[in-house]
Design a protein around this ligand. Structure first.
Ligand code: HEM
Length: 440
């Protein structure tokens, strides 16, 4: 299905950051009723840190980090935008529970529920509301609860490998994104939420524009109200008949503490937080491993190798490029720089994960290196809720792929990386499943 113009515009303008900054500016300018997706591009002075050179952040970013790990990026219509690229400095900002707000609503003239329009989810919510909502979610992500998903994850991975076999039966290249990288996390999250089969088909269709990474969907922090209303409907239905997954469990255990809107908002946050991120890790991770064939082969056999390879991929790729923006609630010093109330602070995760103060040659992928502490899942009280689930998926998917298709190769070396997005990714990854397939 061709993307509708507005979606295309959003995809191009992309990203949460650009949209939100524009909203902020607009709200300051006191305008309303404007279709924000029709507005001009964000200036390069603001967006350049999101651009990559291949999978690596551009050289300019590394230079900036060396010079100024906390730097004023630009002043955009009266608002100072800071970018933090040093790992210690990013930790300092993200660990600070009192100096910043994540709440974007005051800037855009809204308030209230986390499901207010397209603004919402834990990432944009401050304590005490954040603490209350996150407490409802975290029990669903304990290792004990996640263990229940492990066999299902194995089945889902195996099912998608079969699907790849089917699609590649003719010997033609198979696109790994729609056949593997996207459906694995999609189906896992459907299981996690406890969406019945008939619901997930509808949801997949409804969400296709939003999540179809092959057509450059609106991105992880974007929003399409259709899928949210769908989750609201699913939540309402489960209120009378709680299902087996996260939605049903929260209703059973804490039903009187949360309304349908907030619960659907949490479910939606799990979807937006967990789908495109994991899909990008699977696609880009495969591309990196195929470029390092020894590592690709090695993940087939040893769980220990799998663990450290996945951590290195998470660090090296850092697919979530920036943490949720932090808005200083008062003037404060960050690593000697004066940041003022009214500014916005952007923590750059790939930058922080390649900080030379942590180790040697961090611009290279090296699965054998001693573990480097990384911030691919963020840090502090907004740190990714789904980190262990994501690890579980990646640790299941890469070895299964390497065992099933030991001779997998990339069919087209010119990969179509996303130009500028909060979640870095690749639009498609055509692969040959078997040795010699390219010659047939
Ligand atoms: C490899 C995959 C993933 C990566 C790299 C990733 C990364 C991140 C990052 C960087 C943050 C923001 C931290 C901050 O601003 O301080 C975040 C937040 C979040 N993630 Fe993930 N994520 C992944 C997978 C998942 C999965 C599988 C789920 C759920 C099923 C999930 C759910 C969330 C939620 C709900 C938040 C908001 C947490 C809060 O604000 O308290 N993520 N993630």
């Amino acid at each position: 299905m061709p993307a509708r113009p507005v979606e295309t515009t959003v995809a191009r303008l992309s990203t949460y950051l650009s949209t939100q900054v524009r909203r902020l500016v607009l709200s300051r300018a006191g305008r309303s009723g404007i279709d924000l997706t029709q507005l001009d591009r964000v200036p390069d002075s603001l967006s350049w840190p999101l651009r990559r050179d291949g999978v690596a952040p551009g050289e300019r970013l590394g230079q900036l980090r060396e010079r100024e790990p906390v730097a004023k990026l630009t002043s955009f219509l009266g608002m100072n935008v800071w970018v933090v690229t040093g790992q210690a400095e990013v930790r300092e900002v993200l660990a600070d529970t009192t100096s910043y707000s994540n709440d974007i609503r005051p800037f855009v003239g809204r308030s209230g529920s986390t499901t207010d329009g397209d603004i919402g989810g834990l990432g944009f919510t401050d304590p005490p509301e954040h603490t209350r909502l996150r407490k409802l979610l975290t029990p669903e992500f304990t290792m004990r609860r996640l263990e229940r998903l492990r066999p299902r994850i194995g089945d889902i991975v195996a099912g998608q490998l079969d699907e790849m076999e089917r699609r590649g039966a003719s010997g033609e290249p198979v696109d790994l994104v729609p056949s593997f990288a996207f459906p694995v996390p999609f189906l896992v999250i459907c299981d996690l939420l406890g969406l019945p089969d008939e619901d997930r088909d509808t949801f997949r269709q409804l969400g296709s524009a939003r999540f179809d990474v092959t057509t450059g969907g609106t991105g992880v922090f974007g929003a399409v109200s259709g899928s949210r209303s769908f989750l609201l409907e699913a939540t309402r239905r489960q209120r009378s008949e709680p299902g087996p997954g996260l939605i049903g469990q929260i209703i059973r255990e804490h039903g009187d503490e949360i309304n349908d809107f907030d619960l659907a908002g949490l479910a939606d946050g799990v979807f937006t937080g967990g789908l495109e991120t994991s899909a990008s890790m699977l696609a880009l991770g495969t591309a990196v491993l195929l470029d390092h064939r020894d590592d690709y082969r090695a993940v087939a056999d040893s769980p220990e190798v799998v663990e450290r390879t996945v951590e290195e991929l998470l660090r090296f790729l850092s697919v979530v490029q920036i943490a949720f923006p932090r808005f200083p609630k008062r003037d404060l010093e960050v690593a000697g720089r004066l940041v003022r109330k009214g500014d916005v602070v952007i923590c750059h995760l790939p930058g922080a994960n390649r900080d030379g103060r942590l180790g040697e040659a961090l611009d290279d992928f090296d699965a054998g290196r001693p573990a480097v502490p990384h911030l691919a899942f963020g840090h502090g009280f907004h740190r990714c809720v789904g980190a262990e689930l994501a690890r579980m998926e990646l640790r299941a998917a890469f070895p299964a792929l390497a065992r099933r298709f030991p001779d997998l190769t990339v069919a087209d070396e010119r990969l179509d990386y996303r130009e500028m997005s909060i979640v870095f990714g690749v639009q498609s990854l055509p692969v040959h499943l078997r040795a010699g397939a390219a010659l047939r």
